[in-house]
Design a protein. Structure first.
Length: 256
């Protein structure tokens, strides 16, 4: 499960109507949420509520939201997530309130999604492979014990209402699923050799292979390597490699 990007105005309005305490903290106009509303809401979260002098108000608000949700027989996905996050992070984390404004993605095995620069996201549960452009600019705002740079986060976010969906990639008959990202800097392939057959690939830039399950035989030129479970390998550019065996391998590479 992951949260990614601001949800549609309709979803946010629905979350506000179903959670009166949330609506009282972040009231909207009669016309409903708009881009300025998102900006004002995020600023209020980080500049007013998530401060030492207002920690008691933040905690009290989250406790009240929790109490309201617990009285409901039928809980929405956002309400259920709220209870889960309170168990993990306690009742004083501003990220719990932020998730009511997020899209929630429940991804099945083999699905993926692309995160564009400056878009908010949070990984909630499960295992995943993340490929990203080389960067040390990870800005955090909540749901973490690490340092939070909320001022930078508020300034850099893209305030856009947009529903998100997962992609299952494009598969061929050889056992290769490609996850196109729309960016030259990187893409991901998932290789699962079919029926004992081998797969030969050549990449024009350095790639990294991660074996998630099983083992595979890999040969390049006169060299042979046993790719072991839960290990990672560099694949050099312009060298044909042949992979066979019963394995699930993710390869992260540039698409240039």
């Amino acid at each position: 499960m992951a949260c990614y990007g601001f949800a549609s105005a309709e979803t946010i309005a629905k979350n506000l109507s179903e959670n009166p305490i949330l609506a009282s903290l972040f009231p909207t106009s009669d016309s409903g949420p708009d881009e300025q509303y998102l900006k004002n809401t995020v600023r209020k979260m980080f500049y007013e509520l998530d401060t030492p002098e207002n920690k008691e108000k933040l905690t009290s608000s989250i406790k009240d939201i929790k109490a309201h949700i617990q009285t409901l027989a039928d809980k929405s996905a956002h309400q259920s997530l709220c209870l889960t996050l309170i168990e993990q992070y306690g009742e004083s984390d501003i990220g719990i309130l932020f998730t009511f404004f997020f899209n929630i993605l429940n991804l099945n095995k083999g699905q993926a999604f692309v995160i564009s620069p400056d878009e908010p996201h949070a990984y909630i549960s499960g295992d995943l492979v993340e490929a990203m452009v080389s960067s040390d600019n990870v800005v955090r705002g909540g749901l973490t014990p690490k340092f939070k740079d909320t001022q930078t986060l508020v300034e850099m976010l893209i305030y856009e209402f947009k529903e998100r969906s997962a992609s299952s990639g494009t598969s061929d008959t050889k056992g290769i699923t490609k996850y196109e990202t729309g960016y030259e800097e990187f893409m991901i392939e998932h290789i699962v050799p079919q029926n004992g057959e081998s797969i030969t690939q050549t990449y024009n830039s350095l790639a990294i292979a991660i074996v998630l399950e099983g083992e595979a035989n890999c040969s390049f030129g006169d060299e042979k390597v046993m790719m072991e479970n839960k290990t990672a390998y560099y694949i050099m550019p312009e060298i044909a490699i042949t992979i066979s065996g019963d394995a699930s391998i993710f390869i992260c590479r540039c698409d240039i």
